[in-house]
Ligand binder design. Sequence first.
Ligand code: DGY
Length: 323
Amino acid sequence: MQKKRVFLTRTLHEFALKELRKKYQIEIHSGKIPIPKNILKNKIKTIDGLICFPYDKIDKKMMDLAANLKVISTYSVGFDHIDISHAIKKKIRVGYTPEVLTDATANLAFTLILDVMRRVSEGDKIIRSGKWRQIYGAYDYVGIDLQGKTLGILGLGRIGSTLAKRVKAFDMKIIYHNRKRVSKSKEKALGIKYVSQEKLFTQSDIISIHVPHTEQTDALFDSKVFKKMKKSAFLINTARGKIIKEKDLVSALKKKTIAGAGLDVFESEPIGKNHPLIKISNVVLAPHIGSSTKETREQMARITVKNLNLGLSGKKPIYSVGY
Ligand code: DGY
């Protein structure tokens, strides 16, 4: 019997490829990343399964070219790059990788909070550029304490909740906003207080974003919101870049409308050396590494393969969106 055809828009761990090769006829894109649209358009016509990444846009037009496609398995928790309602219409299963990356991403959010507030990366750059000339002055490289400050968590899903657990040990006040208020017992266990989105903007000393990128959250953080935030506030984003209007953030950081930011995601990735954020010192930049630990990335690969296997045998992936 002819093996099913699986296409990967980028390579995965060797153990995952080994498993895929046993079962399927696989092809891996090895050229430019993200895969150019015309190459994917051509490949998608004949394949049964697709393994993709969060920057591969799988929209209606792309899916309509697919004659046999049964499953799209994305190596990410985010699925805003896939037109889910169209996949449902076409009865294409969509698998994704939540849960396994919760700890890694929450830990990175917390790392960015500490880094930007204690100016670690900024200091590192100063030392490396040979500009550390005097030691231990009263006003040198002073950061901000965490204890007593208010952390505002926007989106209390898995990652937002885990961040709350981490922060509890730092004697901070935690407020949150979520589409749906969580149970009183969960609020008590995490030591968190529900507030309106507006209050979260105005009362937080640090805002950490943990909502998906949707029509409602697109460019949610713009100049109007920055003006509502405390001048001393920090903004942390490990969710999706497009939730922040980057142009407005650059201007808010330059004008000190807010105190600083820690960013793992950007409107368009990767950002180059001429990006306006590069020249700003009160921002810590990470190259989209929320889930990037050895253990987490391996788990993600395992789930991506499992989701694909299930979809190709006509079953629902273990982590499935829509159909
Ligand atoms: C995801 O899985 O969507 C993350 O952005 C990857 O770090």
